[in-house]
Design a binder for this molecule. Structure first.
Ligand code: G6P
Length: 371
């Protein structure tokens, strides 16, 4: 046990720091010379993807959040309509089947009962071909789907998923490229090369980021440990990143955390904002930064404590009530993957201070194999 953890105190901590390696492994042999190689989703990829005009993603927990992020990539880059649903809802909703929709089931374990049942239901209803994005070869999900893509995160032991999540995102960005090529929206010359380049830089960027934010996050965690609630805000593709940050914090520190798309603040959560409610903002310099800034100013005006995760040009200045964690230059294509990292670390360090069972949080299981 202690040997496998090496010098790390917990598996989750080890897995956070293994992410660069896991990403490198997952990318290996899948890209070459600025191109995504053909057939990385299986031998029948070209034939099955040729008839795809939509995407339906099903997953649970953290894997569901990966799906939510991917839907932004699939719609904006591959220009295919993409729906994402938690598997436990999808399987009982009697959704309208689209025979031209690729069903993408995302699961670290490949044994989550709801995800497996949702995939079987999609097949029964007459959806199009299916793809499993999974970390465990020979798992039930891999055996059930028509195609599979293995993330190579290595065994993940911590109940709160970290390295499996970031490798799922890498897989989903590769999927976006392949779908976009089939749909004629990602021409070989530009977008594909840019995405491949970004993915090749990603492992190094993750390592640099971990090094940069480790100490600031440790300091920050001290200010969370006595809190009962936390609100995570994001917009656009970074809203699911906020959701994942909130999930990590609640899973392992038992602090009630929820995520809101920042534009919805005034429709409810603003009523909860006071000095005891830390508000964490995922705030990159993207097209929505001015919108987010005005949302955050509303929090500030109501005496809320703001914790802003930002690129090198933060959208608000640090002050008594505003703490800024600068992540440095962030490549926009892989921004959701990078912004996830400090939020994982934050949850970890808060849990450490609170003394919870980080790797085995109460009432939770690594793999939910029963309904
Ligand atoms: C459980 C785990 C989560 C995981 C979810 C889905 O809730 O605690 O970390 O995200 O199941 O698991 P899967 O193996 O399907 O990705």
């Amino acid at each position: 046990d202690a040997v496998e953890r090496g010098h790390f105190r917990h598996y989750m901590q080890k897995e956070i720091f293994e992410q660069a390696h896991a990403l490198r492994e997952t990318l290996a042999g899948r890209v070459y010379n600025g191109r995504v190689l053909e057939g990385i989703f299986g031998a029948s990829e070209a034939r099955l993807f040729a008839e795809i005009y939509a995407v339906q993603i099903i997953a649970c927990g953290t894997s569901y959040h990966a799906g939510l992020i991917a839907s932004h990539w699939i719609e904006t880059l591959a220009k295919l309509p993409c729906s994402v649903e938690v598997a436990s809802e999808f399987r009982y909703r009697q959704p309208l089947a689209n025979p031209n929709a690729l069903v993408v089931a995302i699961s670290q374990s490949g044994e989550t009962a709801d995800t497996l049942a949702a995939l079987q239901e999609a097949k029964r209803l007459g959806f199009g071909p299916s793809l499993a994005i999974c970390n465990v070869p020979e798992s039930s999900l891999v055996r059930t789907a028509d195609m599979c893509f293995m993330t190579r995160a290595g065994i993940e032991i911590g109940v709160a998923s970290t390295k499996a999540f970031t490798t799922q995102l890498l897989a989903l960005l590769l999927l976006t490229v392949v779908l976009g090529k089939h749909n004629g929206t990602i021409s070989e010359s530009d977008m594909e090369g840019d995405i491949v380049h970004s993915l090749e830089q990603l492992p190094h960027a993750v390592d640099m980021l971990l090094r940069k934010v480790q100490q600031p996050i440790k300091n920050l965690a001290e200010r969370f440990a006595d809190k009962y609630h936390a609100l995570f805000l994001g917009r656009g593709i970074h809203y699911p990143v906020a959701k994942e940050g909130a999930l990590k914090l609640k899973e392992i520190s038992y602090i009630h955390a929820e995520a809101y798309p920042a534009g919805e603040l005034k429709h409810g959560p603003l009523a909860l904002v006071d000095a005891n409610m830390p508000v964490i903002a995922v705030a990159p310099n993207d097209a929505l930064q001015e919108k987010l800034k005005s949302n955050l100013e509303e929090v500030h005006a109501r005496g809320g404590q703001l914790f802003i995760f930002a690129n090198h040009r933060a959208i608000m200045q640090a002050s008594d009530y505003i703490t800024v964690v600068e992540l440095g230059e962030i490549d926009e294509l892989i921004s959701p993957i990078l912004y996830t990292i400090p939020l994982q670390l934050l949850a970890y360090h808060v849990a450490l201070i609170k003394g919870t069972d980080v790797d085995q949080p109460r009432n939770l299981a690594k793999s939910v194999t029963v309904e």
